[in-house]
Write a protein that binds this ligand. Structure first.
Ligand SMILES: Nc1ncnc2c1ncn2[C@@H]1O[C@H](COP(=O)(O)OP(=O)(O)OP(=O)(O)O)[C@@H](O)[C@H]1O
Ligand SMILES: [Mg+2]
Length: 258
C-alpha cells in the first residue's frame, strides 16, 4: 500500500503518518516512511531515538552526494545535469531504522518562484518516483498541502492520498485545494481523515462541510498526543486510543484500495 498524507499546516499529518507506520510495521509489513515535509519531524512521531536522529541528515543537505548523482558540480558540466540520477540504493544507504520502518528524510529544497528545477529537486523527485513505483514495501509519505515532490507520472501510482482535516473551515478549504491539485496530478483515490474531533458536532461539521469527499475515519482530540509531542515520543507508544483509531483507518483503507 502506497499512501501520501497531505492537509493544512498543523492538522496532524505527521502524527497520522507516524502512527500508521508503527502499526503497519507491528502487523509485520516492511514500511518505508518518507518525510517529504521541508520542516522534517516525522522521526519523532515514529519514535526514532534522538541519538539515531542526530546521525540522520536530510537528503537535500547532502550537497556532494547530490552533485555526484546528478553530475551537477559547477565547472564540470556547466549548468547541465542528469535528469535520471541513480536512486535505488538511497533507502538502504541513508534510511534510519526503527522497528521494521525505514525512514527517509528528504528535507528542504529552496523553492524559486515557479517551483524549483534544480539538481536537489530532480534527485528527490526521482527518489520518490522510484520508491512509489518500484519498491514493494508499504510506503507512507508525509507531505505538505502543496504535493510539491509528486510528479504526474508518480502520482498515478499512489494508492491513496489521505487529506487530514480538523474541525475548522480553513482546513476544509485546504482539502478542496488539495483535491484540485490531486486531480491535476492524476491521483486515483483521495480520502479524508478527520483529526482532533471532540464530539459529534465536530464530526457533523466536518462531514457537512466536505461535500463530495469520502471520510475514511476519524481520530479524537487527544491530550496524550500533545503529551507525546512534548516528550518527543511517538503517540503509538503511550496511547492505546490512537492506536485503535488509526488501526481502523488502516483497515478502512485496505478495504478500499486492495
Ligand atoms: N488528535 C489530536 N489531539 C490533540 N492534538 C493533536 C492531535 N493530533 C495532532 N495533535 C497536535 O497538533 C500539533 C500538530 O500535529 P502534527 O505535527 O502531526 O501536524 P502536521 O499537520 O504534521 O503539522 P505541520 O503542517 O506543521 O507539518 C502537534 O502539537 C500535535 O501534538
Ligand atoms: Mg508535519
Amino acid at each position: 500500500m502506497k499512501v501520501a498524507i497531505s492537509g493544512k499546516g498543523g492538522v496532524g499529518k505527521t502524527t497520522l503518518a507516524g502512527v500508521m507506520a508503527r502499526i503497519l510495521a507491528k502487523q509485520g509489513y516492511k514500511v518505508l516512511a518518507i518525510d517529504a515535509d521541508p520542516d522534517s519531524n516525522l522521526a519523532s512521531a515514529i519514535g526514532v531515538d534522538q541519538k539515531k536522529l542526530d546521525s540522520a541528515k536530510p537528503l537535500a543537505l547532502m550537497k556532494e552526494f547530490i552533485e555526484e548523482r546528478t553530475s551537477s558540480k559547477k565547472g564540470t558540466y556547466g549548468s547541465f545535469f542528469k535528469l535520471n540520477p541513480r536512486v535505488d540504493d538511497i533507502p538502504e544507504r541513508f534510511a534510519v531504522d526503527k522497528d521494521g520502518i525505514k525512514l527517509v528524510i528528504l528535507g528542504n529544497i529552496q523553492q524559486g518562484g515557479g517551483g524549483c528545477f534544480c539538481p536537489e529537486s530532480v534527485l528527490l523527485k526521482s527518489l520518490l518516483s522510484y520508491i512509489i513505483i518500484e519498491r514493494d514495501e508499504s510506503v507512507i509519505v508525509d507531505m505538505e498541502a502543496g504535493l510539491e515532490h509528486l510528479g504526474r507520472g508518480t502520482a498515478e501510482y499512489v494508492d491513496a492520498l489521505l487529506v487530514v482535516v480538523e474541525p475548522g473551515k480553513r482546513s476544509f478549504q485546504t482539502a478542496y485545494q488539495v483535491k484540485r491539485l490531486s486531480q491535476d496530478l492524476g491521483i486515483k483515490n483521495l480520502y479524508i481523515v478527520g483529526n482532533k474531533i471532540m464530539d459529534i458536532s465536530d464530526d457533523e461539521l466536518m462531514r457537512n462541510s466536505l461535500e463530495g469527499f469520502t471520510v475514511l475515519g476519524t481520530i479524537s482530540y487527544n491530550e496524550k498526543v500533545i503529551e507525546a509531542d512534548k516528550l518527543g515520543v511517538s503517540p503509538f507508544d503511550i496511547d492505546e486510543k490512537i492506536r485503535t483509531e488509526v488501526g481502523y483507518i488502516i483497515e478502512a483503507l485496505r478495504n478500499r484500495v486492495t
